[in-house]
Design a binder for this molecule. Sequence first.
Ligand code: FDA
Length: 414
Amino acid sequence: ALPGIWWAPIALGMALGQGARMDQAAEFDVIVLGAGAAGLMCAARAGQVGQRVLVVDHADEPGRKILISGGGRCNFTNIHAAPDRYLSQNPHFVRSALSRYGAQDFLELVERHGIAWHEKTLGQLFCDGSARQILAMLLDECAQGQVEIACGAPITDVTHADAQFRVAFGGRVARARALVIATGGPSIPKLGATGFAYDLARRFGLKVVQPRPALVPLTLPGDEALFRGLAGVASPVIARCGKASFREAALFTHRGLSGPAILQISSYWQNGEAIGIDFLPDEAEGWLLAMKREQPRASLRKVLSARLPDRLADALCERLGMTGDLGNLSDRVLSAAAARLSGWLFHPNGSEGFAKAEVTVGGISTAELSSKTMEAKRVPGLFAIGEAVDVTGWLGGYNFQWAWASAVAAAQAI
Ligand code: FDA
């Protein structure tokens, strides 16, 4: 363990060994609930300006989502992070925090720690090495701030009286004038994710926007099963839902649709809605009529397989029920086929749920919080940051950037 970090087994042993009693609360300036991306960042920042900080987490180790993020390389930010890349009931809420701590600020921290990085695509920044480096960096920053981290410590009670928050966890009690909810959202419960933030917020009278899984694969009903035969086939598409659209790869799975375009659109999708897929995003309107003139003896199957994976071209032709030479098909039929290919409607019957969702849409209502400080308007001293809040970023480093920015905003105000 790094100096200054109080690992749970040691922490509990010490506390019990010294005969600590439940009513003898250890005193801190701030208690951060959750040793994830936002919690560690907030703790480090507050600790480094002299606050006595305790972080409590029920998981055995801190930052488990950081470790598995970005396929193990952590897509730690996105250089295009801006308010329009976030979903929230108040789309302006992220503006203040992001403008005061942006992608460049986090990148400077990464570079200060000598972590090599690269831009993969679409402004997404990844470690060259491993996500472990980002976690080690945060723990090092916490150590510099003399932050105490208690892991493997289930939180059994949180109370608030006389402008003091008291937290009972793993057989200990601590108190502080500030409490930060940083326990994230319920996506991927097997990593220790819970809806604790929402329960706690509700106990303090804060509203919670109905959470639902986001950045998640969508499932297709039986009558769209033809496409399930395509499991493993990927193709660049434009996926649309309502006003949102994403141009990235889509992937057919045994259960439905996945791939970055689908994960992105899933955050905007609600039960009962259709999503539209443009399988030919590079083709201008009228391209199929042009092909008829250029290659009247070619079949639709042939022109499609020049543009799409063979199995996908086969499945689409089968669904369209179109055989024979283009030259023998009417312009009206071809225009209708082209329109379907550029706006193929799928009717997902659900998603793969929190078990597979990278993030959660919804959470502690932004209406309850100051966008400048993340402090609850009605409960002075109570803060909420990171994924626990009703702010959800696109795929591509935006969610970590929100975790960092909201954490810094809170730390500056504590
Ligand atoms: P986070 O989930 O990180 O931390 C919450 C902490 O609270 C955890 O340590 C948890 O154990 C603890 N906790 C929960 N309930 C508790 C309870 N009841 N008592 C005590 N402690 C409790 N984003 C991105 O920008 N780039 C990426 O590359 C990825 N990749 C990625 C991959 C996968 C597989 C997932 C699931 C998610 C991502 N993300 C991502 C999303 C990103 O991981 C996420 O948005 C941030 O981790 C959110 O940070 P928080 O600190 O808010 O929550």
